[in-house]
Design a protein around this ligand. Structure first.
Ligand SMILES: NC(=O)c1ccc[n+]([C@@H]2O[C@H](COP(=O)([O-])OP(=O)(O)OC[C@H]3O[C@@H](n4cnc5c(N)ncnc54)[C@H](OP(=O)(O)O)[C@@H]3O)[C@@H](O)[C@H]2O)c1
Length: 471
C-alpha cells in the first residue's frame, strides 16, 4: 500500500526548540516533503516559550536537517521547506498567538515537551479554541504509574476526544514491527503453530550498548522498566500475541490489542529482576557505573536493566512464559524476539551432536539486523547420524531494494491521515500500567552488573532452565 498526500492541514510542533524536534521531527517532516507526503497546503509552525524570530527558527531547522536528516537538503529543497516554516513564541503570545498563524481548518499538533507539561499545554490549547479540526500527537511517557497515567488521560479527554489523540510509540513505526502482523496473518503455516500447543516460551530482548549518556536526570525519574519495557516491549508483544483482527481498520486492530492487554497477568515481585550497570572496562576503556554518571544520585536504586517473566492468561497462551529483558551497557545493540518451540516428543536422534538436540527457534530481529530466521535440525554430512542446528533466513536488505522510512515519518504521516492503528489507545495504556503496577509498588533492590555484560545473574535464574538467546 503506497502512502498518499494527506489533506491540507497545518502542522504544529510544541517544544520546537527541543532535542526531539531537531533530531527527529523536523528531519521527518523534511523527508515527507521530499516524498510528496506533506499536505499540499499548510504551514509548519514551531511553538516554544523561547523568544525567536521566524528567521531564527528557520536557521534552527536548517541546522537540524544538516545534522540529522537522512537526506541533506539541496538549496531548492530547503527553500521549499523553509517557506512553510513559521514560529510562535507561546510565552508572549500564548496559544491564541498560534491560532493567528494557522492557515487551515485542520491541524496536527505534536506535543514534543516534557511530560510534566502535557496536561497544562492541552488545557491551554483547548482554551485557545483549537479543538475542532485538531489531531494531537503525545510523546511518551504517558504517565509515570497507573494513577498519573489515568490523571493524564482525564486531562486530555477533558479537551479532546480519544479519536483525536495519537499516543506515539516509535517502535510501532518500524517496518520490522509492522511486518509482525503480515508474518502472522499473511502466512497460514505460522499462525497454526502460534500457540501453547507448539510454543515452549518466548523471549524478547531490547539491548543497548550505550549507557544513559547525558540523560541522567531523566533516567533517575524513569528507569528501564518504565522507559522501555512497559511501553515499547509490551506494544510489540501485543502484536506478536493478539488474535487476528476482523479487518485492518484501526479500531479492529486496537480492539484485539486491548483484549490481549486485558489477558496479561499483573506481575508479582518474583517476576521482575532489576539491575544497574557498574563501572567496568570495555575495549580497554574504563566506563563509569550508572551511579557515577552526571545527574545521578551516588546511592541511586534506579534500574538500567529489567527482566520480567510474564504470562498471558487466555486460551492461546495459557501457561507459556514470556521472558522480556531490556538494558543499557549490554555487550551489543539488538532488538530481537525469539520464539522457542516445543521439542520433538521422541528423541530418535538423542545423543547425536555435541550439545544434544536443540528445539526449533524462530528469531525476529527488529534492529539493527532486519531479519527473520528459523532454526531447525539437519543431518550433517557423513556416515553417522550427526544432527546440527541450521538456519533459514529472510533479510530485508537482501530481499527488498527500497529502504525503510524512518519510524517518525510513517507515524507522523499516519497521524496527518487520521489513521491511529499504530498509536496506543487509552485503555491499552491503562492496562499496561496495571500489569506493572504491583511491582512498582514493591520494588526489590537493584543487582549490579558490570558494564558490557549481559545483565545481572538473577536474570539467568529468572529464565532457568532456559538460556537467554540472541542470534
Ligand atoms: N529526545 C528524544 O529522543 C525523545 C525520545 C523519545 C521520547 N521523547 C519525549 O519527547 C518529548 C520531548 O523530548 P525532548 O528531548 O525534545 O525534550 P526537551 O528538549 O527537554 O524539551 C523540549 C522543549 O519543550 C519545551 N519545554 C520545556 N519545559 C516546558 C514546560 N514546562 N512547558 C512547556 N514547554 C516546555 C522547551 O522549549 P521552550 O523552552 O522553548 O518552550 C524545550 O525545548 C518528551 O516528552 C520526551 O519524553 C524524546
Amino acid at each position: 500500500m503506497s502512502l498518499e498526500r494527506p489533506q491540507d492541514q497545518d502542522i504544529v510542533i510544541v517544544g520546537a526548540t527541543g532535542d526531539l524536534a531537531s533530531r527527529k521531527l523536523l528531519p521527518a517532516l523534511f523527508n515527507l516533503q521530499l516524498a510528496a507526503l506533506l499536505p499540499e497546503k499548510g504551514r509548519i509552525v514551531g511553538c516554544g516559550r523561547t523568544a525567536m524570530t521566524v528567521e531564527e527558527f528557520r536557521n534552527l531547522a536548517k541546522s537540524a536537517l544538516e545534522e540529522f536528516s537522512r537526506s541533506r537538503p539541496s538549496p531548492a529543497q530547503w527553500s521549499a521547506f523553509a517557506e512553510r516554516l513559521s514560529y510562535c513564541d507561546t510565552a508572549s503570545n500564548g496559544f491564541e498567538g498560534l491560532a493567528s498563524r494557522l492557515t487551515q481548518s485542520n491541524r496536527l499538533i505534536y506535543l514534543a515537551i516534557p511530560p510534566s507539561a502535557f496536561a497544562t499545554t492541552v488545557q491551554a490549547i483547548g482554551s485557545a479554541g483549537l479543538v475542532d479540526g485538531t489531531r494531537m500527537i503525545i510523546e511518551k511517557p504517558f504517565g509515570h504509574d497507573l494513577a498519573s497515567s489515568r490523571e493524564l488521560t482525564r486531562s486530555v479527554h477533558a479537551v479532546f476526544d480519544e479519536a483525536q489523540v495519537f499516543r506515539i510509540d516509535h517502535f510501532l513505526g518500524k517496518e520490522t514491527v509492522q511486518n509482525i502482523l503480515v508474518f502472522r496473518f499473511g502466512n497460514a503455516i505460522f499462525e497454526r503453530i502460534w500457540n501453547r500447543d507448539s510454543i515452549d516460551h518466548v523471549q524478547f530482548t531490547v539491548a543497548e550498548s550505550i549507557g544513559i549518556e547525558e540523560r541522567g536526570a531523566f533516567y533517575e525519574e524513569t528507569g528501564a522498566l518504565r522507559d522501555i519495557l512497559q511501553n515499547h516491549v509490551f506494544q510489540v508483544l501485543s502484536l506478536l500475541t493478539m488474535e487476528a483482527p476482523a479487518s485492518l481498520h484501526c479500531e479492529a486492530v486496537r480492539d484485539e490489542k486491548s483484549k490481549l492487554f486485558e489477558a496479561m497477568r499483573p506481575l508479582t515481585p518474583n517476576d521482575l529482576v532489576r539491575g544497574q550497570y557498574a563501572r567496568s572496562v570495555i575495549d580497554g576503556k574504563t566506563v563509569k557505573g550508572y551511579s557515577e554518571e552526571d545527574g545521578v544520585a551516588a546511592d541511586s536504586d534506579v534500574e538500567t536493566y529489567a527482566a520480567v517473566r510474564l504470562f498471558i492468561d487466555n486460551w492461546r497462551w495459557g501457561g507459556v512464559p514470556f521472558y522480556l529483558r531490556t538494558g543499557k551497557r549490554l555487550p551489543r545493540r539488538a532488538t530481537e524476539v525469539t520464539v522457542v518451540f516445543r521439542p520433538a516428543p521422541i528423541h530418535l536422534f538423542s545423543g547425536s551432536g555435541s550439545d544434544g538436540l536443540k528445539p526449533n527457534v524462530l528469531n525476529l530481529c527488529i534492529q539493527p539486523d532486519e531479519t527473520i530466521s528459523l532454526q531447525f535440525l539437519a543431518k550433517a554430512p557423513g556416515p553417522e547420524i550427526e544432527v546440527q542446528p541450521v538456519d533459514m533466513q529472510f533479510s530485508y536488505e537482501k530481499s527488498f531494494t527500497a529502504t525503510a522510512d524512518e519510524a517518525y515519518e510513517r507515524l507522523i504521516h499516519d497521524a496527518m491521515d487520521g489513521d491511529n492503528t499504530l498509536f496506543a489507545r487509552a485503555d491499552a495504556v491503562d492496562r499496561a500500567w496495571s500489569v506493572v503496577e504491583p511491582v512498582l509498588r514493591d520494588l526489590r533492590p537493584v543487582e549490579l552488573y558490570r558494564a558490557g555484560r549481559w545483565g545481572p545473574e538473577a536474570a539467568n535464574k529468572l529464565i532457568a532452565p532456559h538460556l537467554w538467546h540472541l542470534r
